[in-house]
Design a binder for this molecule. Sequence first.
Ligand code: 5GP
Ligand code: ZN
Length: 138
Amino acid sequence: MKKDDCIFCKIANGEIPSSTVYEDDEFRVILDLGPASKGHALILPKDHFRDVCELDPKVAAKILPLGAKIGTAMKKSLGCAGFNLVQNNGEAAGQTVFHFHVHVIPRYENGPSIVTWTPGKETPEELAKTADRIKSAL
Ligand code: 5GP
Ligand code: ZN
C-alpha cells in the first residue's frame, strides 16, 4: 500500500526521481540528500510502513540481507572500511520521514564518529529492574 502524501512512497515508486543504487519489486535504495558520509544510502520499501512496528515481517526479513549487500558494494566501490545500518523510530529517536527506511552509512578510516553515545552507569539491581519492566510489557 502507498500513502498519497508520502514523499518516500513517491521516491520509492519512481514518481519523484532519485539517485538510485538498487531496485527490485519491493525496494528502492537511494542516496540520501544530506549524506552523513560519501555514499550514505537509504533502503526504502516500496510499500508504506510508518516505522519498524508497522513493518510486514516478510519485508523485514529481506532488509538485513539487503543492507549487507549494499554495504559490501560500498566497501568495494567507495573504499569505506565499514558501514553502519541505522534505523530511527519516532520523532524522539530522530525519525524525520515517517516512511520506514534504513540508513546505510559508509564509514571511512579516520572518518568522523557518526553513531555514538556516552555510556552511562547502572547497578546490576537497576538493570534487573529495568529488564523486568520491559519483560512485563512483552
Ligand atoms: P530519518 O531522520 O527519518 O531517519 O532520515 C530521513 C533521511 O532522509 C535524512 O537523512 C534526510 O537527509 C533524507 N531525506 C529527506 N528528504 C529526502 C529526499 O527528498 N530525498 C532524499 N534522497 N533524501 C531525503
Ligand atoms: Zn510512504
